[in-house]
Design a protein around this ligand. Sequence first.
Ligand code: SF4
Length: 168
Amino acid sequence: MSTYLRIAGIEKESIVDGPGIRLTVFSQGCKHHCLGCHNPQTHSFEGGQIIDIENILDMIKKNPLLDGITFSGGDPFEQAESFAVLGGKVKAMGLNVMSYTGYTYEEILEGMDKRPEWKELLYVTDILVDGPFDINKKSMMLKFKGSSNQRIIDVKESLTSNEVVIFD
Ligand code: SF4
């Protein structure tokens, strides 16, 4: 079980990466290379810095105002094992977990057999913003996502009902 993450950075208090006040972890490493990506510095799997998730948990414990944690990118699903461990510990503290990914929800479901760590991360995620950024569908009016093809998914409801349920 890995407890280390390669990250591009951390925003200790964000109100733009999901509902409420959140600590956002920017994962380092992404294979999608979406045209117009706002965080191209996060694409390399060599860059960023290594951090023990215990250090992130310490930051969370110091801020009682937090509603949850957000995993942004890069693509957190490329380090799903460690993000799943972190997400599980954050949920045990009573906070919610939101994750971004360039994969679609359906791709994650299909890929879970070969990548069991995807299942672990998906199952600790409350809200998933899925799919690659599409510059042709970009809009500044969208909340918590960059292009209209991306969906903000209620993961628990979607898994229960066996169809994508959009987060309300
Ligand atoms: S998935 Fe996200 S981080 Fe990766 S290239 Fe696309 S927009 Fe950038």
